[in-house]
Design a protein around this ligand. Structure first.
Ligand code: GCV
Length: 843
């Protein structure tokens, strides 16, 4: 969106805030997600005046019982109406709920307009025996449940139901979430608290949270959940553990959600007592068969296994010279008689690549390994492919493997948890990014073959396929650590149902369900969501170079050089002359050759390659001119400044809807997160820009990079107790240094005199919030206390650097020339109350 229209939305939202009286405020900690069922406004409620008061339910299966309860709960919340339950069709208007088979016995004359595929539903309003009825009919019980949620969604969105006629079925049979929960209760790459499934090596006693999670997932038609980390603990298959897993499956079952688990392929050795895990060894094969039988005895609707093998140190078939197909088929054959499936991840690569060899390329791995196996996988195996060829970076092309498996089931793996995307502290709505991959046309055999139609099975006529989303929801009240991050979970599931839904549509729908139908709210939040991914990309990693994050540590703050000189293969190859990976067939790694000939033409040459992916495919000099007319280096500088500036606008937009988002708790929570992001975007901006300035030696034509006239470096202040320390890498602190209060000192201060003129200013204090203590800070100007706070965030590092650098913004401070600015720090634990700089900007 252009800056001018973006600001118009800010203005409009603010204006509407003044016009509209505040909604009645409800307490809301984000637990209900998009299922709030908040009372509709009077005007909206009027639309449902004729809604029936009676409910007829076709059968009494657990799923239909859940459907019935949900309908009652939703209507009570939104319309303040209760439903009376009848066994037979009453002599008054009614809601009729059931499968198509149930409906046939009630009203044989009614047929859906199209044949409903598995999990599909039909919503319609019809006369039955002279009575106006709302019909919710599913192809299966599960489809009926999905129909109920769809109907409730329509009511929450205040849609007109008078001509209700909608028949829908999911495009993808597999719509699973993967949760990377460890049995000890930690979640790998989870940012929403501890596991809701496991604690201390066992399944939790209280699984009510798992039941609520299943409800949330069912409301958006997710039908499977892998509950443990892909880096799997073999114990998950232990005989005494299976009944524990069965309890989770029981919690999921009323919501039509099937449980699956990640398995370690070497379990036959570590757990089974065999001396091998060779998938072609008959003893290994019968062990898996026995294990599958044992599982299905306690979990009859068990969904299947997810496998990570020969990847990042995980054992795999390569130990025995066997292929992924050998391994996948061995366990698939064990599951097959029970209807279970194997999701075998294509994330197989060597993380000890020789970085000195310019022909080495991690991006090639999945295709190189799996393409030759096409057609060798059993029918109940699905190859699960990360959306890009590296690893959930901020900008990657679609994995060429999607086009390389014509005789194999495929699923796309999307990462809902924001590992590389700001870890739920930064707003980053991923649906637009996912859609770029889903809509990407692989042009296999010259035809239109977008990724979405490949994974659904449509293009290559596969019976199985779909979506897997790494969710990692946890025990935090709001599930993911930030109510805004729930938009990604919602968006994932909506795309898994129908990948043709637009990003704007999903953003608006989620916003309305989560925050209400107020126009100003819908506009402001949708606008923020839709521009958040390009914004994040702008201040982190440009032009397809990948996220320039610290890939050896937290994957969070900046760490531009961390990708280089190691075997992980996330190289951007930036040096003093240029940047980018040459992946061309002509001179590079040959990765481009993995695409169909038509797609190769798009990426093989500089001029054909879109700017957004230029550095993914080509190594170019910094002075190379992009299609935008800018040089690469100037683009890096400008995009980082634009990105950081845009986050400030997010803060303003959010502030413009104060009082309209339904409750104060979520409002304040999100505001705090956005303000934090505003500061951290500047940390990113400065680190990346200064790194490239130092390495390229080419100055910013606009003179911003390395030039901060309103800053006073902490190391240049008068220090009492504080001592200057180097920060590594140096670009992650202004001037490469900070000051730290050594714990023995107890309390420290840094002072300087304001050299500007009398006026109102904004004082920004850049400090470090380590996660190993709760240091305290006080800021005084001319002896007046301006602000004080405790640095008690749990950022992902205990060191001073790009992960922990944090901004405290103190607005509207009157200062006059010569005022003493004093920052006092009191360390705590290992946290040294460190300061980077103070910046004083005119208000
Ligand atoms: C579960 C990346 C992540 C790992 C993750 C891995 C994977 O490397 O950093 O935490 O491991 O992907 O997807 O298997």
């Amino acid at each position: 969106m252009k800056r001018s229209s973006f600001l118009r939305v800010v203005f409009l939202a603010g204006f509407l805030t003044l016009l509209c009286p505040s909604q009645q405020l409800r307490a809301d900690n984000g637990y209900e997600g998009w299922l709030r069922y908040a009372p509709l406004k009077e005007k909206e409620r009027e639309k449902f005046g004729a809604f029936p008061s009676t409910l007829v339910v076709g059968n009494d299966s657990p799923l239909l019982q859940a459907s019935q309860k949900e309908l009652i709960r939703g209507l009570r919340g939104m319309l303040g109406r209760d439903l009376t339950i009848e066994k037979e069709l009453p002599k008054e208007n009614a809601v009729v709920l059931g499968t198509l088979a149930d409906l046939r016995s009630l009203a044989p004359e009614l047929h859906p307009p199209v044949e409903l595929r598995t999990d599909g539903y039909w919503l319609t309003s019809r006369r039955i025996h002279g009575q106006e009825c709302i019909i919710v009919a599913g192809a299966t019980d599960r489809g009926t449940l999905y129909g109920v949620f769809a109907l409730l969604r329509k009511i929450a969105l205040a849609e007109d139901l008078s001509h209700l006629q909608e028949a829908q079925a999911p495009a993808n049979p597999v719509r699973w979430v993967n949760d990377w929960d460890n049995l000890d209760g930690r979640i790998e790459r989870g940012y929403g608290g501890r596991s809701m499934f496991f604690e201390n090596g066992s399944v939790r006693a209280d699984l009510s949270r798992a039941n609520d999670y299943a409800r949330l997932l069912a409301s958006v038609s997710v039908n499977g959940c892998i509950v443990n980390n892909v880096n799997a603990n073999p114990r998950v298959l232990a005989t005494d553990f299976l009944p524990q897993l069965a309890r989770i499956a029981d919690a999921f079952r009323p919501w039509g959600l099937r449980l699956g688990i990640s398995v370690d392929l070497s379990s036959t050795k570590s757990l089974g007592g065999l001396d091998t895990f060779d998938p072609l060894d008959p003893r290994v094969q019968s062990w898996w068969k026995e294990k599958a039988n044992e599982i299905y005895r306690v979990i009859p609707d068990f969904a299947g296994f997810l496998v990570k093998a020969d990847s990042e140190g995980r054992p795999g078939p390569s130990s025995y010279g066997r292929t992924p197909a050998d391994a996948a088929n061995t366990i698939a054959r064990a599951l097959q008689p029970h209807g279970g499936i194997v999701m075998y991840r294509a994330f197989v690569y060597d993380h000890h690549l020789d970085w000195r060899n310019p022909k080495n390329d991690r991006a090639r791995a999945a295709y190189d390994i799996f393409h030759p196996l096409d057609g060798n996988f059993d029918d109940n195996v699905i190859v699960q492919i990360k959306h890009g060829p590296i690893d959930f970076q901020v900008r990657e092309p679609a994995s060429p493997l999607f086009g390389g498996l014509e005789r194999t089931n495929e699923a796309i793996e999307l990462q809902i948890t924001q590992e590389y995307m700001g870890q739920q502290r930064h707003l980053c709505f991923l649906v637009p990014m996912w859609k770029e991959t889903l809509d990407f046309d692989m042009r296999v055999d010259g035809g239109a073959t977008p990724v979405k139609n490949i994974v659904s099975g449509q293009v290559f006529h596969r019976a199985l396929g779909g979506f897997a989303g790494v969710a990692n929801a946890g025990l935090d009240a709001n599930w993911m650590g930030n109510p805004m991050a729930m938009a990604n979970l919602y968006g994932f599931a909506r795309l898994a149902w129908d990948a043709n839904l637009s990003s704007a549509n999903i953003a608006e729908e989620w916003t309305r369900l989560t925050f209400g139908n107020d126009l100003a709210v819908v506009r402001a939040i949708s606008t923020m969501l839709l521009s958040s991914w390009p914004t994040y990309e702008n201040y982190t990693g440009p032009l397809g170079a990948g996220t320039l994050t610290d890939i050896l540590g937290s994957h969070y703050g900046p760490g531009v050089a961390s990708s280089e000189n190691n075997g992980w293969g996330q190289w951007h190859r930036a040096d003093h002359e240029g940047i980018g990976m040459d992946r061309t067939v002509a001179t590079g790694t040959g990765f481009v050759g993995q695409y169909s000939p038509a797609v190769q033409k798009e990426f093989e040459t500089f001029p054909a390659t879109p700017d957004t992916l230029l550095l993914f495919f080509h190594h170019v000099p910094y002075a190379y001119r992009l299609k935008s007319g800018k040089t690469v280096i100037q683009h890096i500088y400008d995009s980082h400044y634009e990105g950081a500036e845009r986050v400030s606008q997010f803060v303003q937009m959010w502030e413009s809807i104060r009082g309209l988002v339904g409750d104060d708790e979520r409002y304040a929570f999100v505001l705090a997160k956005l303000k934090y992001q505003e500061g951290h975007a500047i940390v990113w901006r400065d680190a990346v820009c200064n790194w490239f300035l130092r390495v390229s030696g080419i100055p910013d034509t606009k003179g911003r990079v390395g030039n901060y006239p309103n800053r006073t470096e902490a190391e240049s202040m008068r220090l009492q107790g504080y001592v200057p320390v180097d920060v590594e890498p140096p670009e992650n602190a202004s001037g490469g240094k900070a000051v730290a209060c050594q714990p023995a000192t107890g309390e420290c201060a840094a002072t300087f005199h304001f050299s500007g003129t009398l006026g109102t200013y904004q004082v920004n204090v850049q400090y470090f919030d380590q996660n190993n203590g709760k240091a305290r800070f006080r800021v005084l100007a001319g002896g007046r206390l301006l602000d004080e706070w405790v640095a008690d965030d749990s950022l992902p590092n205990s060191k001073l650097g790009g992960d922990t650098s944090t901004r405290r913004k103190i607005g509207r401070v009157t200062l006059q020339h010569g005022d003493e600015i004093r920052i006092e720090g009191i360390p705590d634990g290992g946290e040294v109350a460190a300061l980077d700089y103070v910046e004083i900007n005119p208000n």
